[in-house]
Design a protein around this ligand. Sequence first.
Ligand SMILES: *Cc1c(COP(=O)(O)O)cnc(C)c1O
Length: 425
Amino acid sequence: MTDDTFYGSDYGALKAFDPDIAGVLVSELERIRSGLQLIASENLSSPEVLTALGSTLSNKYAEGYPGRRYYGGCAEVDKAENIAIERCKALFDADHANVQAHSGASANQAVYGAFMKPGETILAMSLPHGGHLTHGTKMSFSGKWFNAVHYGVNQETEDIDYDQVEQLAREHRPKVICAGGSAIPRLIDFERFRAIADEVGAIFWVDAAHFIGLVAGKAIPSPVPYADVVTFTTHKVLRGPRSGALVCTEEHAKALDRAIFPMMQGGPQMHTIAAKAVNFLECATPQYQEYTRAVIENSQALAAALAERGIRPTTGGTDTHLSLLDLQGVEVTGADAEARADAAGIVLNKNAIPFDPQSPNIASGVRVGTPCVTTQGMGVAQMEIIAELIHTAVTKGDADPDHEVSRAVRAQVSELVTEFPAYPR
Ligand SMILES: *Cc1c(COP(=O)(O)O)cnc(C)c1O
């Protein structure tokens, strides 16, 4: 046995000891490889990131921050966290970074913890118009413990209604104003948000979970110069481990650090922090910048090709890695579209569109994103093919995988992913 056996990727030993879970690892990889992954919030992180994730750093208790831990033996993990912090600050040109959040939702909790007392007001985008659960919905801590006021999109443009943001801010004087969400295809006017926050004396928080990777790759403008705090996930376009992080101005560094630990979290996941460091290094390369530009180019090509086929992207298109598609023109519900695409080997998700007449469980739209297929090396020519396959599966297909359309589309998907494999052998 060599030391690499203990770095976390000894599949042979796992298979011998626990064939059940080893089997899941294999079949999940098979699932990823055999279909088209168009979930806008997913990506395929590198073997280097996965190696750091599956390492003995997972064992270490390191409550506190580098140099100020509540446990002994932290010298090595301190190195990993310091490297992650420095890389994160450099990548986003930020005063301060905290890389301990376990997830996007955890990073968001820290914003509430740092700036708000129960009952105080937050102004954020409404979930049905593209926001997020943690932005004050009733099912979430954020809506149970805080007074959430929501803005939406303009019915005509389907883009953020900035006049409404301004009017609600003046009326409710929120403690925090949040920009960002999980189904916003367009660039956000951070300067306008900053001006509104300044006028009413609010903290300006950007939840960049979805698009931070595009910022890291310098493919779209950064919120960092405008926001007091920017929270994000590290596993979406960014392509790192499943986790979260935040960057902020020096002024708010202490409050946010304390809100992450000890207010919201216990021991940090040092293996994940090491994997975040690896990912930040990847993001600083010209190849990653090229990747993020290709993600957007593909996303725009896919949206345009679907629009030609009667599947309308809301707002008329996209500036980012995702589009929100209105299926009312082809008279299919989001739920049916998701099931039909799935049966044909195309993984996407149903999504409410702004002013959706359907309930959220049915929905009139689907959300598609290009992070995964772009990681696999696909380009604009493949987006044309994918648009045709989506259109066929959604309008002529069936939720039954044995239906002839499901089979026919799956065969074409198979050709595509054979030419552009995920995790090539
Ligand atoms: C994905 C997402 C989150 C939550 O991230 P998790 O890691 O799933 O907790 C938060 N905010 C927005 C806008 C997101 O898109």
